[in-house]
Design a protein around this ligand. Structure first.
Ligand code: ADE
Length: 233
């Protein structure tokens, strides 16, 4: 892979990464900052997409059209949907779907995108395997889980909704961008991987936990990314 697009929703999620980059050039496209340069010897474009699925999809398309990236990696934080997935742990995506896609009134199951052949987008197996290996080498003390990321334009802080996401979609974690990036990658036929560090439990404690643990969560995902990028041949 010649050039990798890295998408984080918030400045906190991409700023440490940008500090590790050399020969950077920043451009503003669609009111969004793209930073191209070299990370650990590899050509990358890091973008702070802004929060939510629309922002994430727009950034992904720009990475494809303007920067011709060969793959996209989404990094950031997420809420855990399972008891065994703790704050600070990492979830690597097997696949991703949009939990708030709702055409049930038209006879579709929740999460199904009408008139698309696929609504669950598969992450790239090669990227996933490499990420797992880097986790075991660089952050062996961190719990690493591999499973489905469920995304929606909602911050989940309610245990009933959390249960619904687990029961309906078998999600591992929830956030607000991953599946949009996955869908844009699918439509453009490029590989993707979502790497999320758990900042909260997506229940009533979510808001408090988020502020307390966001920094730790981001640190873990940055370590993983800087280890992963040079291995992407
Ligand atoms: N990102 C981090 N925690 C989240 C949550 N609980 N819901 C949605 N996005 C999140």
């Amino acid at each position: 892979m010649r050039k990798i697009g890295i998408i984080g929703a918030m400045e906190e999620e991409v700023s440490i990464l940008k500090k590790h980059m050399k020969d950077t050039k920043v451009s503003k496209i669609a009111s969004t900052e793209f930073c191209e340069g070299i990370l650990e010897g590899k050509q990358v474009v890091v973008v702070r997409s802004g929060i939510g699925k629309v922002n994430a999809a727009i950034s992904t398309q720009i990475l494809v059209d303007r920067y011709q990236v060969d793959a996209v990696i989404n990094t950031g934080v997420a809420g855990s949907l399972r008891n065994e997935i703790n704050i600070g742990d990492i979830v690597l995506s097997t696949d991703a779907l949009q939990h708030d896609m709702d055409a049930t009134g038209f006879g579709y199951e929740a999460g199904v995108i009408p008139r698309m052949e696929c609504s669950i987008f598969q992450a790239d197996e090669g990227l996933l395997l490499k990420a797992k290996k880097v986790c075991s080498e660089l952050i062996p003390e961190v719990g690493v889980h591999t499973g489905r990321v469920v995304s929606g334009d909602q911050f989940i802080s309610d245990s009933r909704k959390k249960k619904w996401l687990l029961q309906n979609f078998a999600g591992y974690c929830t956030e607000m961008e991953g599946a949009a990036i996955a869908q844009a990658a699918y439509l453009n036929k490029i590989p993707f991987l979502i790497i999320r560090a758990i900042s909260d439990k997506a229940d009533q404690s979510a808001e408090m936990a988020y502020s307390e643990f966001e920094e730790l969560a981001i640190k873990n995902s940055v370590t993983l990314l800087t280890g992963l990028v040079p291995q992407l041949s």
